[in-house]
Design a protein around this ligand. Structure first.
Ligand code: PLP
Length: 504
């Protein structure tokens, strides 16, 4: 069958297709054209080749198979005559769109059934304990909507995308060997130097560029820390409530999580020590506790550092959004107080740039650099070099500092608008906490209100309100909603709170 296509489609050049993995038996008695015919027919009726899928040209397939074009043309002609293929002028040969379902389904269905039966016969297949533990972690799939209040989302429409695209184009036009070949597991030196300078100046982190590892976001930083520092069954203190994705990283390493409650001064170190909870590591968010938002006090910081030195434990400090403080100066990092190199500092560009960039970093104690570097090599070798180079220029040319300054003002306005909307619309139904920094706050619910049920209800109205209880390991006393305002503008904040009110 041969159809005419609209002129606009006919004018386009036919793009090259992938060559199918056909293995011809050159010594067999079956002629070449028949082997080709059989292969394509089976691929079509079993669904391996889908209706509408393009076939390679006879020339390229003949070249690939090192045979003449004649058997390929003969096989295609036969399949065309039998209705398995169709051709469009200017678009080449495709699997027919109109292959009847009953031609496709019996074989494809039979295959599927056989596979299913095999799986059922062997029962649940063996996975690692870590794999099992990961699948048992709760998920909140209903929150996967880009609605108002989605946490961790910056103001994407305020990102200087013009500047960024220019820098991407600059690096892509004259691609140096450096951005196309294999790179360093620790990252590109210019970016590591820029990060070290930034952290020293703004976060009082004490480090050299040689200690910085560029990662694909904080999550990889946590994952690598768990890989390098923990053995299966090692105990890790985590904040209660805390960051759920950190739990995943430690559970994935086979660690045992010990939830330690937080109060207005951060993680209750003395209580953990008093209860005799030994641990190999502790995960904390001291600058801006996730999700409740308090800052860890100086006394608790010193207590934690002393405990780590005494017991040889590691402190994993996640400093995920400390750039955004509204009422006060940024809080210095815990790493800057550490005199015994016990802190692994985890940072990210997800909030200050955009999450899809997937660039973060670790500041690793000097003696651990070879181990972290080897772990990275074993994981995914290194981060995409193009974007590391672009980001180094973005920081070096001052765009980064400017963007943060502008976003700090914008988020302060959005936070004010959200607090006001909650007060005006909901009176004292919600108790707002943790609104002094970052890109989210927590609205505590009246006792007895189920935050998961409310979050699900809100999602049906297009609102992404994360239930606070998802951040707890033990059942919490009171529910709440974590509301992100970074990526939610004033109008969306107003409308979103109106919708939430209806759900309450
Ligand atoms: C506590 C915490 N750490 C880290 C991150 C950032 O993670 P990533 O850098 O993997 O995007 C987030 C973002 O949601 C967070 O809330």
């Amino acid at each position: 069958m041969c159809y005419d296509m609209p002129l606009s489609i006919r004018m386009r050049r036919v793009p090259a297709t992938f060559l199918p993995p056909i293995a011809l038996d050159y010594s067999a008695k079956t002629p070449m054209y028949r082997q080709l015919y059989d292969w394509f027919r089976l691929a079509i009726v079993t669904g391996q080749m889908r209706p509408g899928q393009r076939l390679p040209s006879t020339r390229s397939l003949a070249t690939e198979l090192k045979i003449s074009r004649i058997p390929v043309s003969n096989a295609y002609d036969q399949l065309l005559a039998e209705g398995y293929l169709e051709t469009f002028i200017g678009a080449g040969t495709c699997v027919a769109r109109s292959i009847p379902d009953d031609t496709l389904s019996p074989l494809a269905g039979k295959r599927q059934k056989e596979l299913q039966q095999t799986v059922e016969k062997v029962g649940p297949r063996r996975m690692s304990r870590r794999g099992m533990a990961l699948t048992q972690l709760p998920t909140q799939s209903w929150l996967n909507i880009v609605g108002a209040f989605r946490v961790s989302l910056p103001a994407l429409d305020h990102f200087p995308i013009g500047v960024w695209s220019r820098l991407v184009a600059r690096h892509s036009r004259r691609p140096a060997r450096g951005i196309m070949a294999y790179g360093d597991a620790m990252g590109c030196l210019p970016l590591r130097e820029a990060i070290a300078e930034y952290l020293g100046a703004v976060r009082a982190v004490r480090c050299q560029a040689s200690q910085i590892m560029v990662t694909t976001g904080s999550q990889q930083g946590l994952h690598l820390s768990a890989q390098v520092l923990l053995d299966p069954k090692d105990r890790v203190w985590i904040e209660e409530p805390g960051y759920p994705s950190a739990r995943q990283a430690f559970i994935g390493a086979g660690a045992q999580l010990i939830p330690i409650p937080v109060d207005h001064e951060g993680i209750k170190v003395a209580e953990a020590i008093r209860r005799g909870h030994n641990a190999r590591a502790v995960y904390i968010t001291p600058s801006h506790q996730y999700p409740l938002g308090m800052t860890m006090s100086a006394t608790r910081r010193m207590l934690l550092l002393n405990w780590a030195v005494r017991t040889g434990a590691w402190i994993i400090e996640d400093d995920y959004d400390s750039e955004y403080r509204f009422g006060s100066r940024p809080i210095a990092s815990l790493q800057g107080l550490d005199t015994d190199a016990r802190v692994i500092y985890v940072g990210t560009f997800s909030k200050v740039m955009f999450p899809a960039l997937r660039i973060g970093y670790l500041v690793v104690p000097k003696d651990l650099v070879p181990a972290f570097s080897a772990a990275r090599d074993a994981a995914d070798v290194f981060s995409a070099t193009l974007y590391q180079s672009v980001l180094a220029d973005f920081i070096g040319e001052g765009h980064f500092a400017r963007h943060i300054r502008r976003m700090r003002m914008l988020y302060a306005e959005r936070r004010k608008a959200l607090v006001k909307a909650i007060r005006v619309q909901l009176g004292d139904v919600f108790e707002v906490i943790g609104a002094e920094a970052g890109m989210h706050l927590v609205a505590m619910l009246p006792p007895g209100v189920n935050d998961v049920a409310l979050s699900r209800k809100a999602a049906q109205r297009g609102i992404s309100a994360t239930p606070l209880s998802a951040c707890y390991l033990n059942p919490p006393g009171r529910g709440g909603l974590i509301l992100g305002y970074g990526g939610t503008n004033a109008q969306e904040i107003h409308d979103g709170i109106c919708k939430l009110k209806m759900c309450v």
